[in-house]
Design a binder for this molecule. Structure first.
Ligand code: GTP
Length: 185
């Protein structure tokens, strides 16, 4: 697989089923606290280079299917360097949709010879006391563009900054698949 050449900014897009916590993850990262009521879609934010671990300006783009057409989402995928597909660890159907819908959709909107790294993000780990990561290996095997998988919680802030850092790293230092549960607090 050939990745794009390393860019000077990193553009991260968050995809996934409604209600999995995409907007909450972005706002938890920015405000360092969880807000129960978030807007349907976060404004695009830019994190300045000097506060990112990799010293690279980073744009974060939220997607909300209730507010955007599928064509607009496709355009955003084309502009992104890395794609975070979020699911909710307590809702199996949101994980199922990653392989049946989101990964094929991302492929359809990336040239074959230049796939973009994908991070699978299991959010809401505060709601369960086990890991669902074993259910992800088959997906990662079928889709080699899946670069990393991480479990996190926008509510407890667990692994939220790590998730965005992993997305940055996937662009700046592409490597084979890893699983970063050991980074959980
Ligand atoms: P759409 O805008 O419909 O695409 O949803 P979204 O993926 O942006 O989800 P959103 O951030 O709006 O969160 C949906 C619901 O899940 C809200 O009630 C959040 O408070 C809740 N939520 C988000 N993250 C977490 C989490 O880590 N833990 C728990 N318990 N609830 C969360």
């Amino acid at each position: 697989m050939v990745y794009e050449t390393v860019p000077r900014t990193v553009r991260i897009i968050l995809l996934g089923e409604p209600g999995v916590g995409k907007t909450s993850l972005i706002l938890s990262l920015v405000t360092e606290e969880f807000t129960e009521h978030v807007p349907p879609k976060a404004e695009e934010i830019t994190i300045p280079a000097d506060v990112t671990p990799e010293q690279v300006p980073t744009n974060i783009v939220d997607v909300c299917l209730a507010e955007q057409s599928i064509e607009q989402v496709a355009e955003e995928i084309e502009k992104a360097h890395v794609i975070c597909i979020v699911f909710s660890v307590d809702k199996q159907e949101t994980l199922d949709k990653i392989a049946t819908y989101w990964l094929p959709f991302v492929r359809d909107n990336c040239p074959d010879d230049c796939r973009k790294p994908v991070i699978l993000v299991g959010n809401k780990i505060d709601l369960i006391d086990y890991s669902v990561i074993d259910n992800i290996w088959d997906i990662a095997e079928e889709y080699p563009e899946v670069d990393r998988c991480i479990e996190c919680s926008a509510k407890t802030l667990t692994n939220v900054s790590e998730m965005f850092y992993n997305a940055q790293k996937a662009v700046l230092h592409p490597i084979g698949p890893i699983y970063s549960i050991e980074e959980q607090e």
